[in-house]
Each structure stands twice: as C-alpha cells, then as structure tokens.
Design a protein around this ligand. Structure first.
Ligand SMILES: Nc1nc2c(ncn2[C@@H]2O[C@H](COP(=O)(O)OP(=O)(O)OP(=O)(O)O)[C@@H](O)[C@H]2O)c(=O)[nH]1
Ligand SMILES: [Mg+2]
Length: 194
C-alpha cells in the first residue's frame, strides 16, 4: 500500500459530526498514551500530523483522517487514564460505543496495547467489548523498540494469556516502523487492494 494523501477532515464527538459513511474505516482503540496517534503518523509517514504527547489524554475527540481519498483512519481518545475523572472515562466509552453501534462502514479495528506491560483490566474489557460486535480485530503491541530481546518471549506469552488470544498479534514500533508492512497488508486485504 502506498500513502499518497492524508487529510484530517472531520473532528467529532457525536454521530451527526461523522463523515458520510461511504468510505471504509479503520478504528484505533487503546489506553491513553499507548501510541494510537503515533501509530497513525507511522502509517501515513508523517512526523506529527496526528498530535501526540508524552502526557496521557492528548486526543479528546474522534479524528477522521482521510487517506488517498479512499478510506479513513479514525483516532480516538484513550481509556484508562486515571487522572481524568471516571465521568470523563465514561464519556469516552460512550463516544466509542456510539461509533461502534452505528458505523456500518467500519472495516477493521486495530486495538493497541503496550508491549512492555501486562494488558490491564481495561484492555481485557475493551477486547471483550469489541469481540461482541463481530468486527475483525488486530491486536497491535506498541513500543516494541523499548523491550529487550531477552524479554520478548515472556511478554508474548503474558499478552497472549491475559487476553486469551487465539490469533497472532503484531509487534509494532512507531520509532523504528517495525510492523508497518504487516499493517499495510492487513489494510490492503481488508480493502481488497495491494
Ligand atoms: N519508544 C516509543 N515511543 C512511542 C511509541 N509509540 C508512541 N510512543 C510515545 O508514547 C507517547 C504517547 O504517544 P501517543 O501517540 O500520543 O499516544 P495516544 O495513544 O495517542 O495517547 P492519547 O491521545 O492520550 O490517548 C508519546 O510520547 C510517543 O512519542 C513507540 O512505538 N516507541
Ligand atoms: Mg492520541
């Protein structure tokens, strides 16, 4: 897959603000600070087009990135950021749920988890929640560059066991771009293009 153009076209907090549902969409979900916005930048090959921050809670809206004028990557706020009130976490949950419930053109979900840590209770809840909607899901383990070679087998098992994964997951690093080709392949297959 080649990325020829990118445009942030819609910023939404409710359904009436989404684009018309005519282009396929890929949704990014995951804990705050896991690297969703960085993942988008790595995929589109731009440095800070999707705004990132070392402080959790950077993305607060659903951001629709139109790629090659043919499909969307949708960045969302992260969950499980303890400094935000429970109320705010609930609002984010409802925003994501409203999207999942209504989005007929959603093709695939990339659920990002941090390769360095055991998936949290929130990760497990989110994964179970997504499975309920029967949408194809790929688990992407971010910050791969931060885990030394001697720790990888242990982290692989921890992630697989905690989420009870039956499928493979993608090792990803926005820093080194590891895993990017695998993501392009998954997107291309989903869109039926190469
Ligand atoms: N080393 C390394 N750092 C990363 C990677 N991905 C993201 N980061 C860093 O992690 C921090 C958070 O990244 P973001 O992309 O803003 O995370 P996010 O999931 O969009 O966060 P919210 O918008 O708050 O939900 C930033 O400081 C990034 O530079 C990675 O693959 N490797
Ligand atoms: Mg973000």
């Amino acid at each position: 897959m080649k990325i020829d153009s990118v445009e942030l076209t819609h910023i939404a907090v409710r359904q009436s603000q989404y684009p018309e549902p005519f282009s396929p969409e890929f949704l990014l979900v995951g804990r705050s600070n896991v690297g969703k916005s960085s993942f988008i930048n790595a995929i589109i090959g731009r440095k800070n087009y999707a705004r990132t921050s070392s402080k959790p809670g950077k993305t607060q809206t659903l951001n629709f990135y139109h790629i090659n004028q043919s499909f969307y990557l949708v960045d969302v706020p992260g969950y499980g950021y303890s400094k935000l009130s429970k109320d705010s976490d609930r609002k984010i949950g409802m925003m994501i749920e409203e999207y999942l419930k209504s989005r007929t053109n959603l093709h695939h979900v990339f659920m990002l988890i941090d390769y360095r840590h055991k998936p949290t209770e929130d990760d497990i809840l989110m994964y179970d929640f997504l499975k309920y909607y029967n949408i194809p899901i790929t688990i992407v383990a971010t910050k791969y560059d931060k885990v030394g070679a001697s720790m990888r087998a242990k982290q692989d098992k921890l992630i697989k066991d905690t989420l009870k994964l039956t499928t493979l997951f993608v090792h990803f690093s926005s820093t080194t771009k590891k895993g990017r080709e695998e993501i392009y392949k998954i997107m291309g297959d989903s869109l039926n293009i190469s």
